[in-house]
Write a new protein. Structure first.
Length: 82
């Protein structure tokens, strides 16, 4: 249970940071969801490229990059409103 709470909080942090970089604002839960999915996407892409980051800061960096990519994809599909 504590792992789920930490995942949501880190996802929210990552979603919030990506929202700042991408000039996008969403509510807490949607930002957390974007951050969690973006973190998984970033980790998958980093694995494909053979890039590894260790520790909390590395995971946050990978998560922010993945979430920014996810927001860019959503904007390409849904338009600038996202």
């Amino acid at each position: 249970m504590i792992g789920l709470i930490i995942t949501i909080l880190v996802g929210a942090l990552v979603g919030w940071l990506a929202g700042i970089f991408m000039h996008s604002s969403h509510g807490f839960w949607f930002s957390a969801l974007l951050g969690i999915i973006g973190g998984a996407l970033g980790g998958w892409l980093a694995g494909l490229l053979g890039i590894s980051f260790g520790g909390f800061l590395g995971q946050v960096i990978i998560g922010v990059i993945g979430t920014c990519i996810l927001i860019a994809i959503c904007r390409a599909v849904m338009g600038k409103k996202f």
